[in-house]
Design a protein around this ligand. Structure first.
Ligand code: SF4
Length: 213
């Protein structure tokens, strides 16, 4: 099954997808620290509370660690640590990039921020409209690899690269096409093709998938 065929099938099943997070690069970086373990639901909870303080670098630097921790608590574990991370982010944006996060829009620069590896950097650059990279959802790079290659026994980095290569080869290099691929794979990884216990019996691509239970 080609990647475009897979994406069409997933879209028929799940419907068109839209990002459920802020796509502005700086806002995404803050949102990403609003929940832990990071998920759309947990991050949205912390994000909502954080609005009461404000998310600009100046507002984050002015807030007390205690106030930030309290705001981040609804987002899950280690709110104290995430509050410190927000301070660190705000400080770096202010002092290294003159308050303009757009100046950090390169993968290497993004990866110097806390909790941003290749998947996070690629996602920021793709959804921020900076570059139509072959970004893969960080919590489910296995989806494409299972379908195309079968059971996944490789380490995370290898699986991520294999998924990225498949997108690079088969999905048009436009922001719209790459964002659509990311969103549909993410939805499928969350709804059915879960890392631990995939619900293959309910899957719309079961007949073409090489994964065996
Ligand atoms: S059949 Fe199972 S492993 Fe294959 S894509 Fe569907 S849920 Fe994932």
């Amino acid at each position: 099954m080609t990647v475009p065929e897979l994406l069409d099938r997933l879209e028929s099943h799940y419907g068109p997808q839209k990002p459920s997070w802020p796509v502005d690069p700086y806002e995404f970086l803050i949102w990403w620290h609003c929940g832990y373990p990071a998920s759309d639901v947990r991050c949205a909870r912390g994000w909502e509370e954080l609005q009461k303080i404000g998310i600009s670098p100046a507002e984050l630097l002015a807030a007390s660690p205690k106030a930030l921790t309290a705001a981040l608590k609804p987002g899950g574990m280690v709110p104290e640590l995430r509050a410190l991370r927000l301070k660190e982010i705000a400080q770096r944006v202010e002092h290294e990039f003159g308050g303009d996060f757009r100046r950090a829009m390169k993968r290497a620069a993004l990866k110097k921020f806390p909790n941003i590896g290749d998947p996070g950097a690629d996602r920021i650059l793709l959804f921020g409209g900076v570059s139509p990279l072959a970004a893969v959802p960080s919590n489910c790079p296995h989806v494409l690899v299972r379908i195309q290659r079968g059971n996944v026994r490789l380490n995370y980095g290898v699986v991520y690269r294999q998924a990225q290569e498949a997108i690079e080869l088969e999905v048009a290099r436009t922001p719209e096409a790459r964002q659509r691929a990311f969103l549909l794979l993410k939805e499928h990884g969350q709804a059915l093709c879960k890392a631990a216990k995939p619900k293959c019996g309910e899957c719309p691509v079961r007949a073409e998938c090489r994964f065996t239970v």
